[in-house]
Design a protein around this ligand. Structure first.
Ligand code: AP5
Length: 214
């Protein structure tokens, strides 16, 4: 089964596209951001430690994220294929991942910074079903409630403007070097993620048409 990494700045649409890609390829979607938010919500010691970094827009220490992910990568049932969303984010994380498993393809989501800020500050999500909206680009029928279940929508703590600025700076300093890391290994495929969700989905499907499926 394919082993794919989604690499892209905050707000570039990784989460939005990940569900459809994972379903199409029959592989689990592993989002370290979702795992960390679940641990924070559950109030575990690891989650509470992670929450402080996440709220500020900083990266959670490598040892915490690696501890969470190592179990998931070896969980039975996915035929050992996976779609990683939000991991790796640093060169040490990429090196650790490379020691654990082989990677088939890294999709790099490309979007100008001003569009990232709009997508992040306008994002709202449903705390019950997890549906994600954008007040400008993917608005719910009622701006305050989820279309599916009517629950009041919430804004992620790290989508406040100060945290967004920090996240974009952290991406440039710590995650952008991974583009060269994976390009040098012949694994990087850039994808233009401007345009509608469906248009981007079609470009991704095209970029993955030759990925090994077996
Ligand atoms: P994480 O949850 O991974 O956040 P992120 O990478 O910052 O990415 P986002 O979830 O903000 O954006 P996205 O690219 O998924 O975009 P989305 O699809 O939602 O990480 C959060 C934090 O956890 C980190 O800051 C860090 O603290 C910690 N963390 C996680 N992994 C870590 C790691 N490996 N190491 C250390 N720390 C880690 O879309 C955004 C918006 O745009 C939505 O409103 C959506 O509706 C809209 N949208 C999407 N596509 C389109 C489109 N085509 N057109 C118009 N609007 C669109």
């Amino acid at each position: 089964m394919p082993r794919i990494v989604l690499l892209g700045p905050p707000g570039s649409g990784k989460g939005t596209q990940a569900t459809a890609i994972a379903r199409a390829l029959g592989i689990p979607h592993l989002s370290t951001g979702d795992m960390l938010r679940a641990a924070a919500k559950a109030g575990t010691p690891l989650g509470l430690e992670a929450d402080r970094y996440m709220r500020a827009g900083e990266l959670v220490p490598d040892r915490v994220v690696l501890g969470l992910l190592a179990d998931e990568l070896h969980r039975p049932g996915g035929g050992n294929g996976f779609l990683l969303d939000g991991f790796p984010r640093t060169v040490p994380q990429a090196e650790a991942l490379g020691r654990l498993v082989r990677i088939d393809r890294v999709l790099s989501f490309e979007l100008p910074e001003e569009r990232l800020v709009d997508r992040l500050t306008g994002r709202r999500s449903c705390p019950v079903c997890g549906s994600v909206y954008n007040l400008t680009t993917q608005p719910p029928k009622d701006p305050a409630r989820c279309d599916r279940d009517g629950t009041p929508l919430v804004q992620r703590a790290d989508d406040r403007p100060e945290a967004v600025r920090t996240r974009l700076a952290v991406y440039d300093a710590q995650t952008r070097p991974l583009l060269e890391y994976y390009r040098a290994r012949g694994l990087l495929t850039p994808v233009d993620v401007q345009g509608s969700v469906d248009e981007v989905g079609a470009r991704i499907a095209n970029a993955l048409r030759d990925v090994p499926r077996g």
